[in-house]
Design a protein around this ligand. Structure first.
Ligand code: GTP
Length: 308
């Protein structure tokens, strides 16, 4: 290896560099390159001992379009998907390429629409494409919403993680779970009660998963906004991206006026969800990142209105 007149190293070209690091010339190739002539192992039929509940792909990141009743009413986000379907014991496997093939075919203007109507259509078509009677889809994505300072009215974006799970079965129809994980402030009631001054407070995560009532209409109700409001309106205070001093004074005092244990949070959120007609069943978890401990405080509640 030489040195250029300008004092820089004279590197071998890229092909030579690859050889230097072990690349070799292609060997003699005898297997078919025509798709029709290729072995199709995954479609082999035999007695493969067991039916499989789910075969598919996970950790698939794709751009998604999210609609909301809060600002911004339409946004682009990144969805992380899992897709699967059952495989009967007489088949060796599934046709994995068909999951992403269909996902890409559903893009409109570069985004996959994560509305429930689109996801329902997608799972039904996926089952048909896989020649199965069932298909499963799961997606999580950060959902952004505008939040204004309570006194200054200055805007910024907060986000919550939204979650949708759809099970399609040709005979049973759809089973749909939606949820969000939102972030709140909680101020400890015990700390407030026993201390001469102040009270410790923390950032809490409220995760809600709900089963939707048959009457639910996504064109009338934004389930994300409704769940976010259930978490935030019951917290000691909301979280804000932009706070000036008058805002900060307001949220500090509001938190002091509304102390909440982790147990209080899940019960109050449960009460709101109970009153929402479009919620059939719910699971609520609150996890507080304690500021006076290294550990978190947790509480959860599960409720199904059909079991009353
Ligand atoms: N079934 C199965 N396929 C896998 C797995 N891991 C990777 N694949 C890949 O999935 C790809 C094939 O997908 P298929 O959908 O069966 O491809 P194909 O038969 O050409 O597609 P169709 O024309 O739609 O039937 C291959 O590249 C496989 O190697 C696995 O664990 N199981």
């Amino acid at each position: 290896m030489g040195i250029n007149t300008n004092g820089k190293k004279q590197l071998p070209n890229k092909q030579e560099r690859h050889k230097l690091f072990g690349s070799v010339e292609p060997g003699k190739k005898t297997k078919p390159t025509d798709k029709e002539a290729m072995a199709d192992l995954q479609n082999s039929q035999n007695n493969y001992l067991f039916d499989l509940d789910a075969v598919g792909i996970s950790n698939v990141k794709y751009p998604v379009k999210v609609s909301s009743q809060l600002q911004p009413t339409t946004q682009s986000s990144i969805g992380e998907f899992s897709f699967s379907s059952s495989v009967a014991k007489d088949s060796k496997g599934t046709n994995m390429s068909r999951f992403t093939e269909q996902l890409h075919a559903y893009l409109i203007d570069g985004n996959f629409d994560v509305s429930l109507s689109n996801l329902k259509e997608f799972t039904k078509e996926l089952a048909a494409r896989l020649k199965r009677n069932d298909a499963f889809l799961e997606v999580t994505f950060p959902w952004f919403f505008e939040r204004k300072g309570p006194a200054s009215d200055l805007s910024g974006f907060n986000h919550a993680d939204a979650y949708i799970r759809i099970n399609y079965d040709k005979e049973l129809g759809y089973d749909i779970i939606t949820g969000i994980t939102g972030t709140i402030t909680t101020l400890c009631p015990c700390s407030k009660e026993i201390s001469e001054y102040s009270a410790h407070n923390q950032r809490g995560k409220v995760s809600m998963e709900i089963g939707l009532a048959d009457s639910f209409d996504e064109n009338k109700i934004d389930w994300k906004q409704a769940l976010l409001e259930a978490a935030e309106s019951n917290a000691s205070a909301r979280i804000h991206p932009v706070l000036k001093r008058p805002d900060e004074k307001m949220v500090t005092e509001q938190a002091y006026e509304n102390p909440r244990f982790v147990e209080d949070m899940v019960r109050l959120v449960a009460a709101d969800l109970y009153e929402m007609e479009f919620v059939q069943a719910f699971h609520v978890v609150c996890q507080n990142e304690e500021s006076i401990h290294l550990h978190d405080a947790i509480a959860s509640i599960t409720y199904d209105k059909s079991e009353e």
